[in-house]
Design a protein around this ligand. Sequence first.
Ligand code: BGC
Length: 353
Amino acid sequence: MRRRIKSCCSRLCRLPAGKGAAALALALALLPGCGGGKDDGLRIGVALYTQDDTFISTVAQNLEGIVREAEGETGRQITLFIADGRSSQATQMDQVDRFLSRGCDVLCVNLVDRTAAAVIADKAEAEGVPLIFFNRQPVEEDIRRWDRIYYVGASAQESGALQGELVLDAWQADRETLDRSGDGVLQYVMLEGEPGHQDSLLRTEYSVKALTDAGVEVEKLGNETANWNRAQAAARTAQWLEEFGDGIEVIFSNNDDMALGAIDALAETERSRWPLIVGVDATAPAREAVAAGQLYGTVHNDSRGQAQAMMDLALALWNGEDPAQAVDLEEGHYVWLPYRAVTLANLEEFQEG
Ligand code: BGC
């Protein structure tokens, strides 16, 4: 990726999770008024769908770190205003309105509800404020509403395929161990993320497709949404363990937090043999689980790369430069970060994020 950080020097304004509208109002009251001009520095409003999500809070932490690093490189001030949407689109809409009315120069929005993108896009365009959606991908029609709307993310299909290939490799390397029932069919359960999220839909589909495309016969014993959440995943897995016992050969999980929930449920049962478990994200706790041999593998979701791309885009837009010179921009609107498969074999390459 091309990187051109031209200006920096930062202030951070983090809105604590759970403090709600009062905290947001207080922080936004500190925002300088509109029309402050470039001398006041770059002000970026970052709206998170919830700060309680492990992956999203990692992106936010990376963004803060990148702003701090940038501080040393140029003489300009960058202020991040981070708002927690607490899984409410109405709350996030209010936060976006405040970011706009108080003069943010660029918005980064991690939508609560992907279908709300058009309304936010129109608000940003009306104020002439560039808008970067991230992680929760709006439909293409919404991205194309205005030429200063962008999406920074990673291909959901790619993450599913890589996850499936991890299981395929294990099947091909040691089929006898994986196929405990010895019936030549791979029995699995699927822990799904939030319904309607592109990553839930496509990871679910493409993980299994990687196996069936390679000629592996599979049997789905169960699939349930656990909304990206560790505790919900533990509860679903506990039910499956009661129902299917050792019949489960693989647990696919649309993200690492839910894979860790499955591990929690298995640890409770004190089984000697566990199914093979795979996640997505390569968060710090998931990497520990890989190191401990509990999680067979995961797929690195590049939180730092996504944060860096947002910062590079924001700076270019603010400086009035061509964003395509700052990031690898596809079709004028999209920045795609690659996924990478992670197992014990290459774990040491993934120590950050
Ligand atoms: C991540 C999940 C996260 C979700 C939030 C996905 O890309 O893999 O861990 O919960 O984004 O939108």
